[in-house]
Write a protein that binds this ligand. Structure first.
Ligand code: ZN
Length: 456
């Protein structure tokens, strides 16, 4: 873009300054001008001409806010033949701060929005073209906001940052120290007769080359309360070779994913043997993800785990055949109840454990059982740490379970008729009739409908 703009400038001024035009076109790359001439006079003439040929008007906007008011002012800045710059106020705009109390950074942001709108309006309404725009604010927080994507922020800031980014180039925003900011006169409020030259001509630094303007100081310590904190909610797959199960909603979906990964997409459907194999892999994965240290220690023949481990109270043991950590105990000589005596240890926070609980709730009990039943069923094979709590929380969020367990809503009955509420009257003083719909009556071998009525 810069190169194209420079070439266009050169072409426009080529007739008036032929040598400068040629240099701009031939010897210029980006911002570097590198002509080569024989004499000193020739060089200084060329520099003068080049500067004149690239003489352009820049729009400079300042914005500022205080607790009382906020505003923005626009200046035009152009280069003089002497090499210095001249600037004049074009327009300014201000507003009193809203009655609803806003923090100073939010008011500064409002001022920046006003600056962006002012720049947009000036560019549209002016008869001549500005070669560039520079927008300045004295708030580092606002500058940081403008330089970040709008979706990082809460609604109020996001809407305004997005408008600023739409109307202006982010790269055109710069920082100006508050003391040098002419828009300060707007935000503090000032009598017209007290206005100084700074208001009419802009601050002193504006008449210097941009490289000599005040530099930005980094201020990363400011705490940003307007930033929308992104909460990451999901499972991190540590091993890239593992199947990604984050999207899985049910145990069956997960089995299917594993089947495709292990046996290939075109393989036969799952049978009991494959399911057993995959379930073993899933249990191993839970233990490797959640008890990595304990798994390594026990697998390598360690007899006990660290005292700080979550498993220390379970006296864990490692089953070499299934390669799983099991609950220990003194019933090792019992061969008949191996699974019940030594259940596999699982962590409640792992997605696989949660899907396992959901599967047992839906497939085994069809959402009809309570926490205790699901818990005791799971305990036959698996020992989930803090299992009762986890099952309770999963069943509480299960819609089907809630539908089964909730008592039906009883409609409110109408008031009893007045005739039935009278006191001290003889029996049968008031009578009423009631009819009922057909009842199915068995008559010999067939069933027939009968209607009836009664009085009370
Ligand atoms: Zn359920």
């Amino acid at each position: 873009m810069a190169q194209t703009a420079l070439r266009l400038t050169a072409r426009e001024n080529e007739i008036e300054y032929p040598e400068a035009g040629t240099i701009l076109k031939r010897d210029t790359y980006m911002d570097d001008i590198c002509p080569s001439v024989r004499t000193k006079e020739e060089a200084s003439k060329i520099i003068h001409d080049v500067e004149k040929a690239s003489n352009e008007v820049v729009l400079v906007i300042f914005s500022d806010a205080s607790e009382k008011a906020f505003g923005a002012c626009a200046y035009a800045r152009w280069r003089l033949e002497s090499g210095s710059f001249e600037s004049r106020l074009i327009t300014a705009k201000s507003r009193v701060a809203p009655l609803k109390k806003l923090t100073v950074p939010l008011l500064e942001l409002q001022a920046a929005v006003m600056g962006a709108r002012l720049a947009d309006a000036v560019v549209k309404e002016s008869t001549f073209k500005f070669s560039n725009q520079i927008l300045m604010t004295d708030s580092m927080i606002v500058l940081e906001w403008i330089r970040r994507p709008a979706q990082c922020f809460k609604q109020f800031v996001a809407a305004r940052v997005s408008e600023i980014q739409r109307k202006t180039q982010i790269a055109n925003w710069r920082h100006v120290p508050g003391i040098l900011n002419p828009a300060d006169d707007l935000s503090r409020g000032m009598r017209a007769d007290k206005l100084t030259d700074r208001w009419i001509n802009g601050p002193e630094f504006i008449s210097k080359p941009i490289s000599e303007w005040p530099q930005e100081k980094s201020d990363n310590d400011t705490e940003d309360t307007e930033e929308r904190r992104m909460a990451f909610n999901g499972n991190v797959v540590v091993n890239p070779g593992e199947v990604d199960i984050v999207e899985c909603k049910t145990w069956e979906e997960m089995l299917e994913l594993y089947r495709q990964r292990i046996y290939g997409k075109q393989s036969e459907a799952l049978n009991a043997e494959k399911v057993r194999e995959i379930e073993l892999l899933l249990l191993k994965r839970v233990q490797k993800d959640c008890f990595a240290e304990e798994y390594e220690v026990l697998k390598n023949g360690g007899k006990s785990v660290a005292k700080s481990s979550k498993l220390v109270n379970l006296d864990p043991q490692f089953d070499m055949e299934s390669e799983l950590i099991q609950v220990g105990g003194r019933l090792k000589r019992n061969d008949q109840l191996e699974m019940e005596v030594h259940p596999v240890v699982l962590d409640p926070s792992h997605q696989i454990t949660q899907l396992l609980i959901k599967r047992i709730d839906s497939n085994v009990f069809n959402h009809g059982a309570g926490v205790e039943q699901v818990f005791s069923y799971i305990r036959r094979r698996y020992w989930i740490l803090k299992g009762r709590c986890k099952i309770k929380s999963i069943l509480r969020t299960c819609v089907s379970c809630q539908m089964w367990r909730k008592s039906p809503a009883v409609p409110k009955m109408a008031d009893i008729p007045e005739a039935r509420t009278r006191i001290g009257l003889p029996p049968f003083y008031s009578t009423g009739m009631d009819c009922w719909s057909p009842m199915m009556i068995k008559v010999r071998i067939s069933r027939e409908k009968r209607w009836g009525g009664g009085h009370l």
